[in-house]
Design a binder for this molecule. Sequence first.
Ligand code: BES
Ligand code: MN
Ligand code: MN
Length: 458
Amino acid sequence: MNPALLTRDALTQFASENRESFEHELKTLVEIPSVSADPAHQGDVRRCAEAARALFERHGGKAEILETSGNPFVHGWFGEDPSQPTITVYNHMDVQPANEPEWTAEPFSFVVDGDTYRGRGSTDDKGPAVTAFFGALAARRAGVPLNIHFLWETEEEIGSPSFASGLNLHQARLKTDAIVVSDTVWITRGKPSTPAGLRGLKGFRLTLETADHDLHSGVVGGAARNPLAELIKVVAAMMDGETGKVKIPGFYDEVVKPSKQELEEWANAGFSVETFKKDHMITGMRTEDPLKVMKRVWGRPTMEVHGVVGGYTGPGIKSAVPPRAEVKLSCRLVPAMDEQKTIERIRTFVAKHFPDVQFHEEHGLAPFSGHVTGPYAEAIKDAYRFAFDAPCSFTREGGSIGAVKTMEDLLGCQVFFLGLSLPSHGYHAPNENYDWEQASGGMAAFAHYFQTVSAIKH
Ligand code: BES
Ligand code: MN
Ligand code: MN
């Protein structure tokens, strides 16, 4: 190993020398619209996996596409020395749809605007993936004695439905000492954080049909049922729209409150409501108290209404009674809530009070409780401090990554997080972006991380 190639200065130089190559590789991936939610983009998802595989070969690594019952995995690696430890980096190559009207350029064109990179998937999660990849190149160049593997899935944004079976199928080749995920968000720029937990997610839909077609509200209105109005009543019975409080009996029963130590860590994480609002461009909040905001997003479960379908939505008013309606909802779950228990509570409540409303269960992801101590957790903290010259705090994420718990359960190792995205990068939002500060610092953080964990006794 040549530690002179792993000093902060040497890694800054490595990043500069490789900037053009980094931008080229990220452009190639961002310009493939790998939208996993849209069947029309299935070919693009596969093309993206192929492009990701080719990336390893261009840079002296190896990679294969691993088939699953759904979209494939990309498994890439540098080094195959059985006497050395193995670390696996997880990212996802699929992206959210990009149909928002606020995009200022074509969402699947890669726009370089000074140090900012714009395009769907630039920060979630192709930018961090390519950053970790270049971090690995830096570590390999310096001779870090570590096998570095990459597992890139292509169904994360739809809840990783084929991940567990795919992992079972390819388990032998994916054996690893630990996993590091780069798919999470800092508190704000300059304030790295790594999650000690992720929320889970359980989706469901309610539908109600009371007629065959639109009816004249003057002719039948008053006597005919209105399915749209009734579903709104169901929602109001399940939750308070103003406070967010869920009214389903037992909903909060299993929630584990954050510990005193955890709350202290949160209080010192540099979180500010003002910055939170600015980063996300939020104009209205349920509370302006910082600790309450953190508790609500990281430590409490929610019920959210995502969409209401039904009735007339064109210009003006059509004075009809709609025949059917649908509401799309989901709950974010925190440790130690159980997705099945939660959905059964909701189903029972709806069946009891609104017996002819149809209940449709959607996919679910378990919440995740992480690890904040031990050499791998320390290595994450060291890597952030080394690369960004700032302390990192263990907070939690309000979001969900389906693969995380599955990897711990099926690969029998621990998962850690070295995320690089910022709130202002706009996850899932129009004009999603990533930037060179996070990329160049991220390369140094990953290179340092690989160096540190290569020395952990296995
Ligand atoms: N990278 C996010 C997860 C995330 C979100 C981490 C917010 C930290 C903060 C991931 O790509 C994602 O968007 N997950 C979805 C999963 C869902 C579609 C099944 C989520 O959380 O909604
Ligand atoms: Mn992501
Ligand atoms: Mn996402």
